[in-house]
Design a protein around this ligand. Structure first.
Ligand code: DGT
Ligand code: CA
Ligand code: CA
Ligand code: ZN
Length: 580
């Protein structure tokens, strides 16, 4: 049981009660309780042991009892009872955008719908549109939502997949017969989502490797068990393929199964032009079929045989990397160790779960020279956004913290200021001019047509001094596998960023990874800088920057193109110049 598990449980209770049409005050009590637990400043363990939970604002006695039961036993009878009272299909229906508990309940009560399948049928038959409070538009949105959900369920976030793959890779390497083991496929290419995991192992004797893989912890089902290839489905739905090859084939197999398909096709054509045939088994002469390059032990050797520099896996998308490798023009990609801080971070002042001090302490542990605090602005009321007065107080607190010298990490005072629907900014110039920097982001009216959204963002980027936005946050607002990106004209936004000297953030939250990697080469060509920002809402989110660095690499970015690789002194001067 972690604190987050408790928060999840309380939120689930609130939803379950709402689905049963419970009194809104009771529902609200659980929602508030979840928030209260999420933002506790004391250890939950201590509060439970000393029986002081009920004293916390937002947690009444009844709730305190339930939290204590959960914390100590890992279970809650009350929650089990609520779960049993609600058809499981209703909870799944809630995952469709636009469907809240109230609507789901109406669908259930009026049309007897208790599953996504039935909902789909009812929409196609037009029965949902006829319900009070629904209409054609909502019905179409539900149809689109169900379609997206199917597509989403086939893929997995890179971050989550990576966390699953690491222990498997370590386990494979620990099998005595294994000489080498790597992951391959889209995971190794740092794609934002992955379909399945791919592992390549070099071993003379494959059987014990296969035996370990198919019996390892977390396997729900073995879907294939062969001499050179096995496949499993893990308990959370992710599938994994393992291929075991003799050590002399390892480099070829690793390269082939890393892909991408497009890259592989181009590599094979390049080999053919040299009278060679490249496959996952090796390199042979196209005439005699004799093996060549038998001494190739790693991918660098394979590339060298074809006259190429080593191409980092994340660049292998068939987008010009082979030409660049031939001409010695591959970029020197930014690395995790290059980062010295970040700019888009939240605290308990808005919707973060850790205080300013905790966030700075965490940044200091990472060795960061600076941390930018950019809490939400007032238009994001659901995130407790700060108005001018609260922001001014936060700026004062930040300046005082720096002056106290308690941390080696310097704190920059910023804001994540909403871009309102018409492209104006949410906060007054009088406060924005007091800040070290301003991140501007879209959080509402995400469904505007492309032209309107693009004009809105560009207008905000063009805001003249003293507003002068420093960087544009999460360009499209996408939530991978959950919410579609807003429609924006990326090319125009990149041009406007270049013209106005605005940084485009690379939002490194693994659910966002926004702007998409496919646009960074163009941005860099236009001279646009980026900042790799975790969008942290808790101390342990700061490490999201690693996901951002991977996307930056996939977008061919070098250290020079990333603002937060610069030293504190350089960044400070850069920000100040921008504010003027
Ligand atoms: P995913 O799993 O959908 O996220 O994407 P990948 O790239 O991991 O694809 P996957 O797992 O089907 O196959 C791994 C790699 O194996 C792929 O990137 C390239 C190679 N590969 C698989 N099938 C083919 C194929 O039909 N032709 C070529 N040239 N390569 C293939
Ligand atoms: Ca794969
Ligand atoms: Ca695969
Ligand atoms: Zn935001």
């Amino acid at each position: 049981m972690t604190r987050n598990d408790i928060v999840d449980a309380l939120e689930e209770i609130a939803v379950l009660l709402e689905l049963q049409g419970e009194n809104p005050f009771k529902v609200r009590a659980y929602q508030n309780g979840a928030r209260a637990v999420e933002t506790l400043s004391e250890e939950l363990d201590v509060l439970v042991r000393e029986d002081r939970l009920g004293e916390i604002k937002g947690i009444g006695d009844a709730l305190a009892k339930k939290v204590a039961e959960l914390w100590t036993t890992g279970k809650l009878e009350f929650l089990e009872r609520q779960r049993a009272a609600v058809p499981p299909g209703l909870m799944q229906m809630l995952e469709i955008p636009g469907l809240g508990a109230k609507k789901v309940r109406a669908l259930h009560d009026k049309l007897g719908i208790d599953s996504i399948e039935k909902l789909q049928e009812a929409c196609v038959a037009g029965r949902v549109a006829e319900l009070a409070g629904f209409g054609e538009k909502t019905q179409q949105k539900i149809i689109d939502g169900i379609r997206n959900r199917e597509a989403y369920s086939k893929r997995h976030l890179w971050w989550k997949a990576f966390a699953e793959a690491e222990p498997i890779l370590a386990g494979l390497r620990a099998v005595p017969q294994v000489e080498r083991a790597e992951h391959a496929g889209s995971l190794r290419r740092n794609l934002e989502t992955v379909g399945d995991l791919d592992f390549i192992v070099a071993a003379r004797d494959a059987a014990p490797v296969m035996a370990w893989f198919t019996a390892m912890p977390g396997v729900a089902e073995v879907t294939g068990h062969g001499e050179t290839k096995s496949s499993v489905r893990l308990t959370d739905g992710l599938q994994a393929d393992l291929r075991v090859v003799p050590p002399e084939q390892f480099a070829f197999a690793l390269h082939h199964f890393t892909g991408s398909k497009e890259h592989n096709v181009q590599m094979r054509q390049r080999a053919l032009a040299r009278g060679l045939s490249l496959s996952e088994w090796g390199l042979t002469k196209t005439d005699g079929g004799d093996a060549v390059a038998t001494g190739v032990r790693d991918e660098a050797g394979l590339f060298a045989t074809l006259g190429l520099r080593f191409i980092p896996p994340e660049l292998r998308e068939g987008l010009g990397e082979i030409e660049a490798a031939e001409g010695g023009e591959l970029p020197r990609l930014v690395e995790s160790g290059d980062l010295r801080g970040s700019f888009h971070n939240h605290t308990t002042e808005s919707d973060g779960s850790d205080t300013l001090e905790s966030m700075v302490a965490a940044a200091q542990r990472l060795g960061w020279e600076y941390l930018g605090i950019a809490d939400h602005s007032k238009a994001s009321f659901q995130a407790r956004g700060l108005d001018e007065r609260r922001l001014a107080a936060q700026v004062t607190a930040i300046r005082a913290l720096n002056a106290r010298g308690a941390f080696t990490t310097h704190v920059f005072a910023g804001s994540e200021c909403d871009i309102l629907a018409d492209g104006t900014l949410d906060l007054d110039a009088s406060i924005l001019r007091e800040l070290d920097y301003v991140v501007i982001s879209v959080h509402n009216a995400l469904g505007q047509p492309e032209e309107e959204m693009t004009a809105r963002i560009i207008r905000a980027m063009e805001a003249a001094a003293p507003l002068c936005p420093t960087m544009l946050g999460h360009v499209t607002g996408r939530l991978l596998l959950a919410r579609e990106a807003s429609k924006v004209d990326h090319a125009k936004i990149i041009d406007a960023a270049a013209a106005n000297g605005v940084v485009i953030e690379l939002n490194a939250n693994p659910r966002r990874l926004d702007m998409d990697w496919r646009w960074w080469r163009r941005a860099a060509e236009k001279g646009v800088l980026t900042s790799i920002n975790p969008d942290a809402h808790a101390t342990d989110h700061l490490e999201f920057v690693d996901a951002g660095v991977r996307v930056a690499r996939k977008g061919w970015l070098t250290r020079d193109q990333v603002l937060n690789t610069r030293t504190f002194a350089d960044v400070k001067a850069w920000l100040a110049a921008r504010r003027r």
